[in-house]
Design a protein around this ligand. Structure first.
Ligand code: KG4
Ligand code: ZN
Length: 395
C-alpha cells in the first residue's frame, strides 16, 4: 500500500448484544464509534437471548452504519475497506454484520476484511496508544482478554517489517468466563444485568477479607484421542495459565444459602424491578444492600481480581512478555485496573488498558485490527460465513 491511501476502514461488529459501526483511519484514529446496545432488552431476561439479538441487529445495522459514516464525515467512496467480525459469537448475530458487510463491499467494489473479535479487543488498546502518540508497547506483549464470553491470555507479536500479528493462546477459562461469573453472582444476589458494573460499584463498600474465597489449581489432562472438548485447557507445548470461575460462583451460592440471605435478596430484586431508573451509579442502590451482602460482593471481587492478576503476571514472567494489554468488558472494572496497574508498576512492566468506551464491545476495535490486514492485503473471500467458535492464533 502506498502513502497515498488514507487507510479509512469501516468496521462492523454484531457478535453479541451490541450493533456497532466505526470509521478508523490507519488503525490509529477513530473518526466515529457508534454502539447501539441491546442491554435493556436482554436485561428483562437476565442474559442475552440469541433470537432477539439477531432481530435487533437487523433493525439497527443500517442506521448504526449510517450514523458512523455521518459522524466521521466520510462517504462510502472514501473507504479503503470494510471490516467485519467473523467470530466468535452468536451465529445469527454474526451473520447480520457479515451479510451486510459483504453486500456493501460487493456494491462498492471494495475489499472485505474479516476480523476475530478477540483480536479486535487487543487492537482497541493498541489503537488508543497510537491515538495518544505513545511509543508502541514492547513485544512480545501478553494480552488478557476478559469479557462476558472469554477469559483468554495471548502472547502476541509481529515480526519486524511484517504487518502480520501472530498470537499464541497461553491460557483460558476451562468453564465460566470472568464476566460470566460477575453476571451470575450479581443475578444470584438480586442485582441488575449485566452484573459487572453493579459489583464494581458496590464492592468498595464491603470488606474484601470477610469471606475467604480460594481458587483450586487447574489440573491439565492429556486429551483423549478422538474427543474434542472446546472448553478444555489449551493443549500444546509450553506452560499454560488457565482459569476457572464456576467454583467461586457455587461458593457464593453456598454462602447465600447457609447465611439465610434469600429474603434480603428477594426484596432487593423486587425493589430494583419496581424502579427501572436505578442504575449501578444511583446512590440509592447502596441502601438496598445490608453489610453482609456488601462484604460478600467485595470478597468475591477481591478473589476474582486476585486470580486474574496472579495468572497474568505468572504468564508474563514465564513467557518473557515485555508489556501487558488488558481488554474486554471486565477491563472496565476499577479494582482490576488499580491492582494490575500497581503490580505492573512494581515489576516495571508497561501495562495498557482501553478507555471505558472501548473496553466493552465496539466496532472501532474491529476496524483497528483490520488495518495490518489491509496493509498485508489479507482479504476475506466472497463466501465468508460466521464462525461462532472461531479461535485466535496457535492453541
Ligand atoms: O466485552 P463485552 O462487552 O462483551 C463480551 O464480549 O462478552 O463484556 C461484557 C462483560 C459482562 O459480563 C459484564 O458484566 C462485564 O463485561 N463488565 C464488567 C464491568 N463492565 C462490564 N465486569 C466487571 N466490572 C465492570 N465495571
Ligand atoms: Zn467482546
Amino acid at each position: 500500500m502506498t502513502g497515498k491511501t488514507s487507510g479509512l476502514i469501516l468496521g462492523i461488529e454484531s457478535s453479541c448484544d451490541e450493533t456497532a459501526a466505526a470509521v478508523v483511519r490507519a488503525g490509529s484514529e477513530a473518526l466515529s464509534n457508534v454502539v447501539a446496545s441491546q442491554m435493556s432488552l436482554h436485561a428483562n431476561y437476565g442474559g442475552v437471548v440469541p433470537e432477539l439479538a439477531s432481530r435487533e441487529h437487523l433493525r439497527n445495522i443500517v442506521p448504526v452504519v449510517r450514523e458512523a459514516m455521518s459522524r466521521a464525515n466520510v462517504t462510502f467512496a472514501d473507504l479503503d475497506a470494510v471490516a467485519v467480525t467473523e467470530g466468535p459469537g452468536l451465529a445469527g448475530a454474526l451473520l447480520v454484520g457479515i451479510t451486510y458487510a459483504k453486500a456493501l463491499t460487493l456494491g462498492l467494489d471494495k475489499p472485505l476484511i474479516s476480523v476475530n473479535h478477540l483480536e479486535g479487543h487487543i487492537h482497541a488498546v493498541l489503537m488508543e496508544t497510537r491515538e495518544r502518540s505513545e511509543s508502541p508497547l514492547e513485544l512480545p506483549l501478553l494480552a488478557l482478554v476478559v469479557s462476558g464470553g472469554h477469559t483468554h491470555l495471548y502472547l502476541a507479536t509481529h515480526q519486524q517489517g511484517s504487518e502480520t500479528w501472530t498470537y499464541r493462546n497461553v491460557g483460558r477459562t476451562v468453564d465460566d468466563a470472568a464476566g460470566e461469573a460477575y453476571d451470575k453472582v450479581a443475578k444470584l444476589l438480586g442485582l441488575g444485568y449485566p452484573g459487572g458494573p453493579w459489583i464494581d460499584a458496590l464492592a468498595p463498600h464491603g470488606n474484601t477479607r470477610a469471606v475467604p474465597f480460594t481458587f483450586a489449581e487447574i489440573k491439565h489432562r492429556a486429551p483423549r484421542p478422538g474427543i474434542t472438548n472446546k472448553k478444555a485447557p489449551a493443549n500444546t507445548e509450553g506452560p499454560h495459565f488457565d482459569f476457572s470461575f464456576s467454583g467461586i460462583k457455587t461458593a457464593v451460592l453456598r454462602y447465600v444459602e447457609t447465611h439465610n440471605m434469600r429474603h434480603s435478596i428477594e426484596s432487593r430484586r423486587a425493589a430494583l424491578a419496581a424502579d427501572p431508573t436505578l442504575t449501578p451509579k444511583s446512590g440509592a442502590v447502596i441502601e438496598l444492600c445490608d453489610q453482609q451482602t456488601l462484604d460478600l460482593i467485595a470478597s468475591f471481587q477481591y478473589a476474582v481480581v486476585g486470580n486474574l492478576q496472579r495468572q497474568t503476571f505468572a504468564a508474563a514472567e514465564a513467557l518473557g512478555a515485555h508489556s501487558i494489554v488488558v481488554s474486554g468488558g471486565v477491563a472496565a472494572n476499577r479494582e482490576l485496573r488499580r491492582r494490575l496497574q500497581a503490580e505492573a508498576d512494581r515489576r516495571n512492566l508497561p501495562i495498557a488498558f482501553p478507555s471505558l468506551a472501548l473496553s466493552t464491545d465496539n466496532a472501532a476495535m474491529i476496524a483497528a485490527a483490520a488495518w495490518p490486514k489491509l496493509l498485508a492485503q489479507n482479504f476475506a473471500s466472497e463466501d465468508l460465513g460466521a464462525t461462532p467458535q472461531l479461535r485466535l492464533g496457535q492453541q
